[in-house]
Design a protein around this ligand. Structure first.
Ligand code: ADP
Ligand code: ADP
Ligand code: ZN
Length: 216
């Protein structure tokens, strides 16, 4: 399957990706995770991306497209992909059209998870993440078994540097102005399916499973 998960920051893309991966065996490509890994390792890409990410701005298209191009050309993507957080702009979506044709894996379905601003603010402020394996938690809705400790790998949880209200406001603007137009872009191609992200984590996943099982 060749899938895109779309939605504003905090809608639940990362959370649902974890569940999709556990059930369907496809490579998970999260540009946010890839940038965070590059920042952690202080690579050239990481240094370039860092200031954009911390302030909530989108990383420039040519940098992001280059990163995804390299990842999609890895052999595992010949069996499909789950894109999480890419594309986020029209030029990125146009670049993806070309890249996905090159690997003969055109986008089959775009799942757009929706939520309103109040809920996004609440989710982002209560989000905690594992700096080691990337798992994400919520202080109320997805608590780790031991307070502040990652269930997966035992590392201490942290709050993301860009999960501040200032940065979130910039990210929400970027979503409205640059990412939302993609809903029309993919709806016109008949590929976009909306899922109500205000439901519980499990109910959102049920909706997504129904959509994906239709594609298979
Ligand atoms: P969120 O949880 O807010 O949806 P992500 O983890 O997907 O965030 O991304 C974190 C940050 O990484 C974004 O705010 C942006 O700065 C950068 N980023 C991630 N994906 C992209 C992309 N496709 N284009 C540009 N910047 C991106
Ligand atoms: P995104 O990747 O879209 O930015 P996340 O998957 O990281 O979003 O989710 C943001 C926060 O909200 C996390 O703390 C996560 O545990 C929590 N969360 C995700 N989906 C739900 C949901 N359906 N109900 C309640 N909390 C959720
Ligand atoms: Zn972990």
């Amino acid at each position: 399957m060749n899938i895109i998960l779309m939605g504003p920051p905090g809608a639940g893309k990362g959370t649902q990706s974890e569940k999709i991966l556990a059930k369907y065996n496809i490579p998970h490509i999260s540009t946010g995770d890839m940038f965070r890994e590059a920042i952690k390792n202080q690579t050239k890409l990481g240094m370039e991306a860092q200031s954009y990410i911390n302030s909530g701005k989108l990383v420039p298209d040519e940098v992001t497209i280059g990163l995804v191009k390299e990842r999609l050309s890895q052999p595992d993507c010949a069996n499909g992909y789950l894109l999480d957080g890419f594309p986020r702009t029209i030029p990125q979506a146009e670049a993806l059209e070309k890249l996905s044709q090159e690997i003969a894996r055109p986008v089959e379905i775009v799942v757009n998870i929706t939520a309103n601003k109040d809920v996004l603010v609440e989710r982002i402020s209560q989000r905690r993440v594992c700096p080691s394996c990337g798992n994400s938690y919520h202080l109320t809705f997805k608590k780790p078994q031991v307070e502040n400790v990652c269930d997966g790998c035992g590392a201490s949880l942290i709050q993301r540097k860009d999960d501040t209200i200032e940065s979130l406001n910039v990210r929400l603007d970027a979503y409205e102005n640059q990412t939302k137009p993609l809903v029309d872009f993919y709806s016109e191609k008949g590929l976009c399916k909306e899922v109500d992200g205000l439901q519980s984590i499990d109910d959102v996943f049920k909706n997504i499973q129904d959509i994906l099982d239709e594609v298979k």
